[in-house]
Design a protein around this ligand. Sequence first.
Ligand code: TXA
Ligand code: MG
Length: 336
Amino acid sequence: MKTKILNSNQTDIAADILKSGGLVAIPTETVYGLAASAYKPQSIKNIFIAKGRPMDNPLIVHIADIKNIYEVVSEFHETAQKLAEKFWPGPLTMILPKNSKIPNEVCAGLSSVAVRFPSNKIAQEIILKTGEPLVAPSANLSGKPSPTKFEHVFEDLNSKIDAIVDGGDCTVGLESTVVSLLEEIPRILRPGAISADDIKNTVGCVKIDDAVFKKSKAGEKVLSPGMKYKHYSPKTPVTMIISSAEKYSEFINSKKNDNIIALCFNEDIQNINVPYVSYGGSDDVKTQAQKLFGALRDADKLQGTHIYAHYKDVNGFSVAVYNRLVRAAGFDIINL
Ligand code: TXA
Ligand code: MG
């Protein structure tokens, strides 16, 4: 299949492709999404095929006008309303009871649905012009780091989908916070730019699901099916190094003859003697989040035998960086 490359002024063409059942990768503020109409079961199946995504991993439905919320969910209670008022449009996904108009293929047979109102203007225009809510998982091949640049989408999905809209680099860089509102206390299933404190300060309470920090055991039932797969991984094995700057550079330099790659902070660069990719300042979590997925892809291209990624805990948003990096590393961590 020939994949059309569209620019951000060609949202009409993108919408026409989606209306006729096609797949279009679109920019959002978090990561690029692979969009299809949420009402077309065959298009939804095609998304799973194009990404190589396990069929039991449900999709997020995107809207661009709060008036359309009942096209997706069957209940929108007070907690959801408060969170929507505060954080929509933006990088927050809510899990709520599903509307029967949403086909089962979207939710992998669950009775709940994930819904998000993105802030990216190009995404909003495409959703509104299509006139239907759009499903959009991250526009990467399943298992690879999520795409935060047009080039990442092209690398993974060229010739597999109908079109890619080039909207430049994503500003947030990590996928949305996923919060389940099916129980009394909101439960974070996937951390993102909207932190646990942000949610607590808006609705009074919040829990973070164990799966955010821990590896799920084989066969274990998890609330967010996406959390059970190995994720975000380059081909090169990754180990996460939790340490001070000095211990990190000492460790890295001791392996300099082993063809290793450092995925490091800007401050580490001057102290290490191996090929590296940096992903921001050690205290600048916003930049770390924005650059992490691209840095994992770039580190892979250096073709080393092993990637050693430096991590430092900074604040609430660090949880999201930790969550992605630890999955990229398959939970292989060294504390120095
Ligand atoms: O920022 C984002 O959320 C991006 C952009 C494109 O909007 N999308 C994205 O989609 O990250 P995806 O498919 O890569 O991740 C969706 C996550 C998965 O972990 C999935 O298991 C979870 O949301 N999810 C979806 N529906 C769910 C449901 N009904 N219950 C629990 N988890 C659900
Ligand atoms: Mg994804």
